[in-house]
Design a protein around this ligand. Sequence first.
Ligand SMILES: Cc1ncc(COP(=O)(O)O)c(C=O)c1O
Length: 432
Amino acid sequence: MTTAGSRLDPWVDAYAARANAMRASEIRALFAVASRPEVVSLAGGMPYVQALPVDMLTSTAERLLKERGPVALQYGSGQGDVTLREQILDVIGEVGVTAHPDDIVVTTGSQMALDLVTRVFCDPGDVVIVEAPSYVGALGVFKAFECEVIHVAMDDEGLVPQALSEALERCEREGKTVKLIYTIPSFHNPAGVTQGPERRAQILSIAQSAGVLLLEDDPYGLLGFEGEPPRAIRADDAEGVVYLGSFSKTIASGLRVGWAVAPHGVREKLVLAAEAAILCPSNYAQLTVSEYLATQPWREQIKTFREVYRERRDALLESLQALMPEGTTWTIPAGGFYSWLTLPEGLDATAMLPRAVANLVAYVPGTGFYVDGQGRQNMRLSYCYPEPDRIREGVRRLAAVIEEELELVQTFGTTHALNPVTGSSVPSPDLA
Ligand SMILES: Cc1ncc(COP(=O)(O)O)c(C=O)c1O
């Protein structure tokens, strides 16, 4: 035993190197305060599960236990329940993906699929290319496996193909091994933007030419506010793309059921890795989802979710438009849960957060979505959970904080470096 490091943790020097890359978010403590009812939280990415009819869920659970209890309560297959895998084909058909049930691995949320794909592809030091900004939960996985994460610029249509090509060329020149290109093409977390069809084709073509696997993460694809769901990139390449999906946003995040659609060889590795980690995903959760899909109007329920989120998106955008000081900009999401806000020059979203929470409004500062300290001028605003009136009130409070902050900057210069944050860190689940 050693006295170095934290005196509270006698094991601090015994951890594996990868555990050192795992750090709790520096803003976690603040969010304990932010979850108090008087605070309007535009921070959490929690689906509004209250929009699910409770009677229907109760009867689904009751029927399942009565009719298939011994199966639901037993161990199952490492790859996942075969009936559910067949049903998942209907769900991914909505975004143009065709596959065989054998191509699907059911996971404990798509978060676990991110872990499995990284586990089977990445050695320490391998490069994963991600959008700038990117999903904090994926950054946590890549860091836990000691990958080098390289951010590539986005614009209003998501990942910029030219920037992707340049990053790949730079890695090649520097002798780096790029293992994955990780992208969230539809209703991006946290940026709120969506790749158009042409953009998707360009990105796929660049990945194919470079011989790098594309990891397509699509938990929000069916939650668009206009028209048909965007066609998945995987719909146009079954060999070069691993496609991740989830029932977290279309049914309930508490069930923890997601999936990966992968080429044959990759799928076999994912199943072995899953078995090593958890033996098998929860049969109870899988059969609940399966029963729900078989007996309930799930497409109608997704329409209900879309309506709920569209109304909240509108409340957010209208109040931002009405109240934000000049120089503030934000993205206009066509689906999903998030808008990405850029503060006026000189303002720092991380430094401002304690003042925002004191003013009873919370958001996630942009730095959490980068591994390299970018994002100080940004914040992610989630409109998925609070009622529209609360969102309006939250934006009113936030606008007041930004106005005050602008006055401070005008008087004293920049507010940067008040609360330095380095790199990304593991989010608490309700912030992911
Ligand atoms: C982009 C993205 N990927 C993956 C996940 C993980 O979702 P789950 O594990 O609940 O399926 C989330 C959750 O917020 C997400 O936003």
